[in-house]
Design a protein around this ligand. Structure first.
Ligand code: DQA
Length: 144
């Protein structure tokens, strides 16, 4: 099985960025833990600070892989284009946010992506990615 994990803008700074909100661990470090947890799964990781590159990656892999875990960072709250891309491809997606966006500023309460995703995991830190991968692996191909 192949799962695409997509991180959007500023998530390359995890570990250094507002650690009281996002924690002390870099995503690249966490990814090693994830890979060890799912040795039989091909985890494809992509991070970009550029909206168009996130779109291109969803287009490139979204018709062939088994699922997408997406944390689009602030594009979550702004990007109709990313929502359209998730609608366009066939792979089911799970939206993840490290912080509890609903306990933060009101502009973080709305997501353009949520309606295009099977489910949403917010506020559980990096563990949300693991839970999302676990769910996607348990998905049956016809269970949409
Ligand atoms: C975030 C929440 C977003 O509101 C914010 O813009 C981020 C990170 C999270 O993982 O908690 O960049 O997606």
């Amino acid at each position: 099985k192949q799962i695409l994990i997509i991180n959007g803008p500023n998530l390359n700074l995890l570990g250094k960025r507002e650690p009281d909100i996002y924690g002390n661990r870099s995503f690249v470090d966490y990814l090693k833990t994830l890979e060890a947890m799912f040795p039989d799964v091909q985890l494809r990781y992509f991070q970009s600070n550029h909206e168009g590159e996130l779109l291109d990656k969803i287009h490139e892999l979204g018709f062939t892989i088994d699922g997408i875990v997406i944390n689009a960072g602030a594009y979550t709250h702004t990007s109709i284009a990313l929502a359209d891309a998730l609608s366009a491809v066939t792979a089911p997606a799970i939206e993840v946010h490290i912080s509890n966006v609903h306990a933060r500023e009101s502009f973080r309460h709305h997501s353009y992506l949520s309606a295009k995703c099977k489910g949403i995991i917010v506020g559980l830190g990096l563990k949300g990615y693991e839970m999302a991968v676990r769910y996607l692996l348990s998905e049956q191909p016809s269970a949409n």
